[in-house]
Structure formats: structure tokens, C-alpha cells
Design a protein around this ligand. Sequence first.
Ligand code: HDD
Length: 703
Amino acid sequence: MARKISKPASDLANVHDQQLHRGNGGELHQFAGDGYDVLTTAQGGPVDDDQNTLRVGARGPVIIEDFHFREKIFHFDHERIPERVVHARGYGAHGYFETYESFAHYTKADFLQRAGEKTPAFVRFSTVAGSKGSFDLARDVRGFAVKIYTNEGNWDLVGNNIPVFFIQDAIKFPDIIHAVKPEPDRAFPQAQSAHDNFWDFISLTPESMHMIMWVMSDRAIPRSFRFMEGFGVHTFRLVNAKEESTFVKFHWKPKLGLQSVVWNEAVKINGADPDFHRRDLWQAIQSGNFPEWELGVQLFDEDFADSFDFDVLDPTKIIPEETLPVQPIGRLVLDRMPDNFFAETEQVAFMTQNVPPGIGFSNDPLLQGRNFSYLDTQLKRLGSTNFTHLPINAPKCPFHHFQQDGHMAMSNPSGRVNYQPNSWGEGPRESPDSGYRHFPSEEAGQKVRLRPESFADHYSQARQFFISQTPPEQRHIAMALTFELSKVETPAIRERMVSHLLNIDETLANKVATALGISEMPKAADAAVQPRQDLEPSPALSIIENGPNRFEGRKLGMLVTDGSEAALVQAVASAIKDAKGVVEYIAPKVGGVTLSDGKFLAARQMIDGGPSVLYDSVALLPGTDFVPDLLKVATVRDFVADAFAHCKFIGYAAAARPLFEKAGVAELDEGTIELSNSETVDAFVGVLGKLRVWAREPATKLR
Ligand code: HDD
């Protein structure tokens, strides 16, 4: 069907002629006559030539009459919109929310009344600090913003993968964000908190300490969006048909369990695949492995709130799950990628104030401030009050209002009536019965700028988080703090941070101080509330305690060459498939390899492009004759050395043993498993659900 207009390269005169007329270097061109749509201008006018501007003679000046060129460049020049001031880098997907059972006892929200009801949803995951083009594996909070298109308007639960926040009052938001973003005089570092401004602000803001424990933990370097929790953070309200109110905290729990990477891996993934998280979500959804989360609620009343150790309005505090269990009420499934990233993921506008009847707010001062900020920012970003006309933002239920005109108004009512009351018998009317009613809580007091005393304990829950972690996770927190503070150039800031750590955990403070080379321990920071409460550990706070115990949804990288043992390759591949994992083949050439049985195996990556950091586990199954060649290659050495240092399970064929030696792995351990037959393959794949051999880690680190 396609018509080739390029001429043989040897026919120089013809090529020249063609370049004059079509300006192409000899590449293929297809025309509308070949069955394609006619290319038009934005006005719908057909275009005859999209390769050359209109000019006076072949070598003369371009003329302004060229309306097609003018329109094309005009539009291109205006393609960008401002990126989000925070959470600029994000990735979204469509799906649905399914209600498990009627939740009418607690809320009148219509979409939660009937078991099995499915409501369309859109989710955008994000990092906070980096620009739109930054890398995915920054050490950062992840945004977890969910829009549920209910039949009573959109509900936006604009959460994070961490259940607490840095600050208690929205008035401090510009400060914390300025501090973490690139410093204004030098415009670096990008997408990193490891710099003086951030730690200066934090070390002067004790209320951040609980959040700091979370962001220095593995939570801030998730392996995949699919393997992280989400939290609504604030206390919200549910209101039922009898106008009874219950407080609620929202949780999203991933079906595939929690998983993070290690920091050295994160740094290398950012180089090898800056789109690691995007690609992961894309590949999962495109291959039909739809990620899923349960929506859980912690429900409580005023009495609980009054008796709880902390103020439920304080967004720097959690209610431990062991104190108040999380009850699942529905599930969220992501099953479709957007057709167009800009139209949907970039233009989606989340707003905390989008709530249907039956869901309301508490007086959390951070939430109240957010309810102002999110509407405001959409105008800046999307350029018009009519951003709700964009399909991704428009409700999917009927809507009728008298808001009109403005830039780019796209859904415009017809008729005379654009106000009410009116006597024309037309147009929508308010509904006292079904309309949104704000919960009539009793409020009284003086106008003051005052933080409640009940918000003043900044260290007890920070400690609780720390002592709830397993030893490897505690080690990672110490290493993360050390790394971040090692990038801080001002010694006084480093010491000020250590003085806070002393109030959280002395061993942690000592470790970090020693690792930073602080010779004289500072004194502990003054704490507003003393003594710190000694809270019980909460196992629900550990990622490792809540790991998947299965390899489902994870990826094994298999290193193969010509001559790889076909039976072994197939045995590993089929065992991984049975475990609902994915195998990616890495070969000397991306063209693939010929296995020992003469069969061809296509590769996904060549060795230089597929480092082991991209995989949850690796198998080294090279053909014996190829091993001497592999030993010469630095990236093969890194492949093995990194997989070992990052505590991954490594399956290997006997022929691969010299690769360990070359990678500096002197002693193999229980996480390196020789594969020779189906039993050893089953044993290997059987342990992969543990994901890491943490016992190996201390030996791979500087003490
Ligand atoms: Fe925010 C975006 C989450 C506090 C002001 N925020 C934004 C997004 C998420 C969060 C996930 C990205 C939404 C998307 O994908 O488009 N923000 C949070 C959480 C917070 C929080 C969990 C604390 C519990 N935010 C917060 C405060 C303010 C803002 C205190 C301002 C007073 N946030 C914004 C914003 C953004 C935003 C400036 C930028 C882009 C946007 O809203 O649409 O309005």
C-alpha cells in the first residue's frame, strides 16, 4: 500500500531532485492516496506538502503567506504548560473501584452502598521534589492520588505512600517545598533532598522528625508503584443517612505486598532506566497483570479521639494498625493506560476538596489549607477555570450548573436560563435532600494563630517507627541519614540533625554521628514534650515484615549466551511463569542466542543495557564455551557483583562459577543456588518470594 518515492542512491541527480522537492534524505513517504487520512491544518484545510516551507524559488527566502508553517510552529511553540509546583513527575492509569459490601452504616456516599458496584477511577503516582523530566528512583515521597468518578461527583483522595507529613500547618508548605527543591542560586540538586537547604529547614523543624524516619526508610525508594501502600494521611469524616459522623483514616494496601529497592540499586537504576517505575506500570497493565489495592479504613469516634495518645488532627501522627485495625471496604484495579499522556495524566486535576455527600473533612489544619491550594493551582497550570471541561476531569455523572464562559469553555448549555431563581421553569435547582451538606460540627473559640499543645510531641512516634523496623531496615535508615547528611556542607546542620536523632534512638544517633565522623556528640535537641512516650513497636510499619512471600509480578533477569543449556533455561523460565513472574533474557547481542539444542532464543536486552539492578532476581546460565569471553566484560562483572551486593537470590549453572570470582564474590552463600535439574530449579524459584538475602548485607558494607 505504501508508495516509496525515494530514488536509488546511485542516481545522484534523482536524489538531488527529490531533496529539492521533498527535502527528505531518501526516506519513505506515504500519501493520503495510499489509504491514509489527509493531513490537515488545525482549521481542517488539506496540506499538500509538510516537508518544505513555502519560499521564493528553491533557494530563496521563506514567505509569510505560508499559513500552514505559521500555524504548525505557533502551536509547537506553545505546547508546554507549567509543570506541577510539586509532584511534577507522575504516571497515571485508569481502572475501577469495586465496593465489597454496603458501607451504608457509616456513609451515605452512594458508590459505597451496594456490594460489587464498580465505579470508574483514575490514579496518578508521582515523586514530589523532582521536575517532570527527573528520574523515577529519587529518594522521595510518592504521590498516590486517586480520582473516583462517583455518581455524585468526583471523589479525589490525594494521598501519599507515607501516612504522615513533614508539617502540621499548611502555612509551612511553601517553606518545606522551597527547601527541598533545587537551591535558588545554583539550581541544583535536582530531585534530591541531600543538600543543605533541606536539612537546614528540617533540623529547625522538630515536627518533621516522624516523617523523616519514613523518608529515610526504604518506603522512599519503592521497587514499583504496584508494591507500595497509599494513605489519605488526614483524619476525614464519614457521614451516614442519619447524619451521624465517624472519623476515618484511609489506607491503600497493594495486593502484591510491599517491596523496595536498596539505595545503591536506586542510584544505578536511575542511570540504567530513569523511567523504571513508569515502564513497570506500563508493562504490567499492557500484559494484563492489573495491579490492585484494597481500600481499608480505620474508623473511630470522638471518644477514641479523646483517649488516643495523640491528636487525630495532627497529620504528623498515625494511629497504629495494632491499636485500630484497618478494615477493607473495596478494591481498586488499574486495567487501562491512558490513550494520551498529556490529555489525561498531565491534565488531570486532583483536589482534596472534591468529596461526594457522605465524606467530609476534619479540622486538620494541613487538610484545611490543602482544600484552598488545589483549586488555585489548577488555574495556573491548566490556564482556565474550565479545566473541569477536560474529559479526564469532568464528572461522569450528570452535572448542571450556571458557571459559564471563560477561556476554552467546551460544554456550554443552550437556552435562555443562566441564573436562579428564575421563573422560566427551567434549569437546575438545589436539592436540600440529596445535596452535599457540610457536617454541622460545633466550633467555637477565639481567632488565634496557635498550634495546639496536643500537637507538640514530635519524637515518640518517630521512635515507634524506628523500633518497628527489622534490623536491615534500621540499617538502611542509618545509611540513608548518613548519605544525605554527608552531602550537607555545613557541619552545624549535620550536628543539629544528630541532636534530634538522640531524641529518637541513641544507637541510631551514634551510628550516624560515627559514620559522619562527628567526633563530639552534640547534646540532644530540646523537646517540647518530655519524657518521650515509650510506644510499643508496630509490625505493620515494616516493609520486610509485610513482604509478598511470593514472586508474583516480579522479574527475573536471565543471562544467556550461545550454547546455554536449553533444558535449564526452559526449566527456570517455566518455573518463573508458574510463580506468575516474568523472565527477561539478557544476551551478548540483543538479536538473541542459539541454545544448546540449536533453538533460537530472542533476547530483550544486551548485556550493556540490562544490568542486574533492573531485576528482582537473576539467573546466570551462560554456555560453557562463552564464559571466557564474558569474563572480559566489565558489565558482566557488575551484573554479578551488584546482584550479590544487593542481596538478590542468584541461580547459576556450574559453568558460571568463574563469574563470581571475577566479580569479587569470594564466598557463595545460601542465596546463591546452583541450578542443574528441575529439583534445584524448584528450590531456587521457591525461595524467590523472600526477595532478598538480608543476612548477606552486613558483609557487603563498610562498617
Ligand atoms: Fe499536595 C499536588 C499529596 C500537602 C499543595 N499533593 C499533590 C499531589 C499529591 C499530593 C499526591 C499530586 C496530585 C497529582 O498527581 O496531580 N499533598 C499531598 C499530601 C499532602 C500534601 C498527601 C499532605 C498530607 N499539598 C499539601 C499542602 C499543600 C499542597 C499542605 C498546600 C498548602 N499539592 C499541592 C498543590 C499541588 C499538590 C500545589 C501541585 C499540583 C496540584 O496540586 O495539582 O496544590
